[in-house]
Design a binder for this molecule. Structure first.
Ligand code: PGA
Length: 246
C-alpha cells in the first residue's frame, strides 16, 4: 500500500520562492516517488495553486490549505471549493489547528468538508487535542466533538470520502511526538467511531506533527496511511528521504 504525504507549505514560501522550489525539485521528487510508489499532495498557498498545478503528475497531486464554508457570494477574501476544483485541486486541508485557533468552529469545518465533497475534492480533516486536554485524559472526547458535525453529514449522505489527519496540537511545530501505541489507539478509536455511521464512508488515517526523516522511524508505519508535514515539507532533501523511507 502506498503512503500519502501531505506537504503543507503553510505561508513559509513567498511567491517567487515557491516557483523556484517547484522548478528546482519536482523532477527529483518524481523520481523518489516512482522508487517508493508513494503519493505526495502539494499544498501551497492559494496564490501558487495555478502554477503548482502545472507540476502535478501521477504521483504528485494538488491540495489547498483551506476553503470557504460558502459556495459563492459576498465573502471577501474567501476561496470557493468550486474554484479549487477548477484549479486542479483534488484535496484540501481543513480544520488545521492554526485555523481553529482563529475561531473556526467544528460546524464550519463540516460545511467545508461537504462543499469539497460536492466538488470532487477530498477533504483532509485535521483533528487533535491540546497538551492540556491530553493531560486531562480528554483526547477521545475532543476527537468526538471535532467529528460530531462531520458524522451527521456522513449519516445524511453528504460527506462520503475524506482523509483524517490526527495532529496533536502539542506536537505541531514542536520537538514532541506521541508514542506509536498512542497513535494506534487513536486510529482504532476513530475506526470504531466511523463504523457507527449510517452511510459508508471512504477514509484513510494520517498522522501529522513533528514528522521528519528521523521521527518517522518511531511512528509505527504499519497503521498510518500517510503523513501531514509542515516544516519537513519545505526542505526538499528531507522530503525525499521521507518519501523513500515509508
Ligand atoms: P510540523 O507541522 O510538521 O512542522 O510539526 C505539522 C502541521 O502543521 O500539520
Amino acid at each position: 500500500m502506498h503512503k500519502v504525504i501531505i506537504a503543507n507549505w503553510k505561508m513559509q514560501l513567498m511567491h517567487n520562492e515557491a516557483i523556484q522550489w517547484l522548478s528546482a525539485h519536482i523532477s527529483s521528487l518524481n523520481y523518489a516517488l516512482e522508487e517508493s510508489n508513494n503519493r505526495i499532495i502539494l499544498c501551497p498557498s492559494f496564490a501558487e495553486l495555478a502554477i503548482a498545478a502545472k507540476y502535478t503528475a501521477n504521483r504528485i497531486l494538488l491540495g489547498a490549505q483551506d476553503c470557504s464554508a460558502y459556495e459563492r457570494g459576498a465573502y471577501t477574501g474567501e476561496v470557493s471549493a468550486l474554484s479549487l476544483h477548477e484549479l486542479g485541486c483534488t484535496y484540501a486541508i481543513i480544520g488545521h489547528s492554526e485555523r481553529r485557533s482563529c475561531g473556526e468552529t467544528d460546524l464550519c469545518i463540516a460545511l467545508k468538508a461537504a462543499l469539497l465533497n460536492k466538488h470532487a475534492i477530498t477533504p483532509i480533516i485535521c483533528i487533535g487535542e491540546t497538551e492540556k486536554e491530553r493531560h486531562n485524559g480528554e483526547t477521545f472526547a475532543v476527537l468526538e466533538r471535532q467529528l460530531a458535525d462531520i458524522k451527521k453529514l456522513i449519516d445524511s449522505g453528504i460527506i462520503h470520502t475524506m482523509l483524517i489527519a490526527y495532529e496533536p496540537v502539542w506536537a505541531i511545530g514542536t520537538q514532541q511526538l506521541p508514542r506509536a501505541i498512542d497513535i494506534s489507539q487513536v486510529f482504532t478509536w476513530l475506526d470504531q467511531f466511523l463504523k457507527k455511521t449510517i452511510n459508508p464512508i471512504e477514509y484513510k488515517f494520517l498522522y501529522g506533527g513533528n514528522v521528519n526523516e528521523r521521527t518517522i522511524i518511531d511512528l509505527g508505519l504499519t497503521v498510518i496511511d500517510g503523513f501531514l508535514l509542515g516544516r519537513a515539507s519545505i526542505d526538499a532533501e528531507v522530503l525525499k528521504k521521507i518519501i523513500l523511507s515509508c
